[in-house]
Design a binder for this molecule. Sequence first.
Ligand code: HEM
Length: 164
Amino acid sequence: MLEQPIAVASRWLVATSLSRVLQDVDWLVPAIQTLHIVAVAVLFSSSLLLTIGVLGRHARELPLARTAARFLPGLYWGLPVLLVSGALMITAEPERALPNPAFQLKMLLVLLASAATIVLARRVRLLPDEHRAGAAARIAALLALALWLAALVAGRFIAYTLIR
Ligand code: HEM
């Protein structure tokens, strides 16, 4: 069902002048991939430290809202950088990512992880002076962390997944 629109989108993208520049300038794609990996490290370590804080295993002396204010920016900055660097990698080689089941699964996981992170941020914002998170915030934090980890693994498998 999706094959046709994906094939049309790939043919259109690969013919753009931006795609040609990304293909012709040898160092561009490796530089963008490096930026993508650095952004993954920032996003994932922020999610991990935020989860440890919400579970009360770190900075217990701080109100939860302060812990969130310290680590949420890593997610808020990391995700747009991943989106732009990812979009450029797709533009350079659309046929490598768009029809790839690992890539499609990853995009679904990124959406779910973003939703869980928004739920967590909202829960913590409701508890400005609390030092201990309720069950809902703990579950949202662990779920978001697990989904970001799953997206990371799916991202790595893009290069090793056969496109039928
Ligand atoms: C937000 C939108 C994102 C887009 C559009 C995107 C797109 C891509 C693309 C096209 C690749 C290259 C795949 C290849 O050709 O091998 C890639 C690689 C990768 N992505 Fe993403 N990505 C996004 C977010 C993320 C997130 C949130 C994570 C992890 C939490 C992530 C982790 C990875 C990893 C680990 C790789 C493999 C890097 C490598 O080995 O060079 N990406 N991504």
